[in-house]
Design a protein around this ligand. Structure first.
Ligand code: AMP
Length: 496
């Protein structure tokens, strides 16, 4: 889970990249970083662990001089957590390239072997982003051009596509030459481009989400196509080329369910409208399965479910009430490292309004159920507050498989629905009734915003992965994501 932004302008861009990163903060809260390039082709950078507002102090911003730059917010999905994983990452040859990546490669182990054995490149971390950077750098270096043109850069992207499997939306700053962006051939992770008029030339922004364009004075040009590369050269001219021989749009459906801001449009689909339609479809499903339901009130679990929950209430013709107030200054429960802390943090994160529950049959709505920690705790709180019956609706289908494409999800064995039927999950979270969105309804709700998209990346619901996977990849990822093993690893690290 990461967010990326790049700007090419006539004047200093650091303050705008900072503002853009603040608007992408929900995509990663572990580390943040920025690199800008000044007119003498000197790179100025700052990256560290923590929130954007903590990483960049005035003293850092004062040194971030340059009219072209890229920024990144990170939450670890592959590799470890730590300062050395913060992005953008840098290689000095060729030209000096810094790169920011959102997504996850599914063959990075094989690629890092190739880089070491055949290409004699040293990798300092086990980050797949460092692999991606070195593959691209190697492919660009092979062309031996002192002054690479867009043509040479696109050739290197083409080769990178051939070698890399998985999900990647990428921004790279090629020192002295320009700003490059590319998206994997399925377009799994989002990336779009915006434009504004400068004094003498057009200025560009490229970012994971387009909702930040307006506040920076940019107008959206378009989404970057799957497999496409866009290069803005040093003079500000835009070049673009399809660099994949098999592009096919299959965006990650979970961006619409949970991950993206509601004010973003991804591949021409409004996230907000998609969430409204998820609410409508859920309502229709409830009416179909229980036409004589006795729901008195619909209560969302803030924040990402509120849009769907509101629409659901409207269509059920049942009052919609805010029964929980969120403490905004506590991070997401998910980012607490281990299960015990996660359980405690639900109560710290959400405060209950008893009056909305007393003596009522409530339908709680969340965007998704992952481990089930949140739903279980919330149902307990609703009962303590005096609810008569507690029903639970999830705007997403049951999550049964781990995510390989850049969304932070636990190991499959830690997903509450991985080995349970819907009834068993209901029992486990203590719901009187549990209703999940069906996968067809979810797909239709999202697709309605752009019917030209025929397929979405839905593997967390189906277990069908759309890219090749490296040898033992699934097993190794499963193991690295288990809480138990994470704790062991940290203990042995502490023992030295
Ligand atoms: P859980 O308690 O594990 O079932 O988590 C469910 C809650 O986490 C839901 O309220 C979602 O809004 C949220 N959620 C879903 N996916 C993620 C994710 N990848 N990272 C953080 N939070 C998530």
């Amino acid at each position: 889970m990461c967010g990326i932004v790049g700007i090419s302008a006539e004047t200093n861009v650091a303050a705008e990249i900072y503002d853009a990163l603040l608007m992408l903060q929900h995509r990663g809260q572990d580390a943040a970083g920025m690199v800008v390039c000044d007119e003498n082709d000197k790179l100025n950078s700052r990256k560290s662990m923590g929130y954007v507002r903590d990483v960049f102090q005035q003293r850092h911003m004062d040194k971030l001089i340059g009219n072209i730059g890229i920024g990144h917010v990170r939450y670890p999905t592959a590799g470890g957590a730590g300062k050395e994983f913060a992005q953008p990452m840098y290689v000095n040859s060729p030209y000096g390239i810094t790169l920011a990546h959102n997504g996850n490669l599914t063959n990075s182990k094989q690629l890092s072997n190739e880089l070491f054995r055949a290409e004699m490149r040293h990798l300092n971390t086990d980050s797949d982003s460092e692999v991606l950077l070195n593959i691209f750098a190697h492919e660009l270096a092979k062309q031996r051009e002192i002054y690479p043109s867009a043509k040479h850069i696109f050739k290197a992207v083409t080769k990178t596509h051939i070698r890399c499997d998985g999900a990647y939306a990428v921004l790279a700053l090629i020192t002295g030459h320009g700003l490059l962006a590319f998206r994997d051939n399925n377009g799994i992770r989002p990336l779009s481009i915006g434009i504004r008029k400068g004094k003498t030339r057009d200025e560009y922004i490229i970012a994971s989400e387009d909702s930040l364009f307006i506040s920076q004075g940019f107008k959206k040009l378009r989404d970057i196509d799957p497999g496409e590369a866009v290069f803005i050269d040093k003079k500000g001219s835009l070049h673009s080329q399809q660099c994949s021989d098999s592009p096919q749009i299959r965006p990650c459906i979970f961006e619409y369910v949970y991950f993206s801001r509601p004010d973003s449009k991804i591949d021409e689909i409004s996230v907000y409208k998609a969430r409204m339609r998820m609410g409508s479809r859920l309502a229709a499903n409830i009416l179909k399965t229980k036409a004589d339901h006795d729901i008195d009130v619909v209560i969302p679990i803030p924040d990402s479910s509120t849009t769907a929950a509101h629409q659901l209430a409207v269509e059920l013709n049942v009052p919609y009430r805010e029964g929980f107030v969120k403490n905004r200054y506590i991070g997401r429960t998910f980012i607490m490292p281990y299960q015990e802390e996660r359980k405690k943090s639900v109560r710290r994160k959400l405060n209950i309004l008893d009056l909305e529950f007393q003596g009522k049959n409530v339908l709680l709505v969340d965007d998704s159920i992952v481990r089930g920690t949140t739903s279980k705790k919330i149902i307990e709180m609703a009962r303590e507050a005096g609810a008569k019956k507690v029903y639970f609706a999830s705007a997403a289908p049951a999550i049964k498989y781990q995510n390989l494409y850049g969304i932070d999800m636990p190991a499959t064995s830690e997903l509450i629905a991985s080995n349970r039927t819907d009834e068993e999950v209901a029992k486990e979270i203590d719901a009187d009734w549990l209703i999940y969105q069906t996968l067809d309804d979810l797909i239709n709700a999202v697709q309605e915003g752009n019917p030209s998209i025929k397929e979405f990346e839905t593997s967390i619901f189906t277990g069908e992965y759309i890219t090749p996977l490296g040898e033992n990849y699934l097993e190794e990822l499963e193991n690295s994501r288990k809480d138990e093993l994470k704790i062991q690893r940290e203990k042995s690290k502490a023992r030295g």
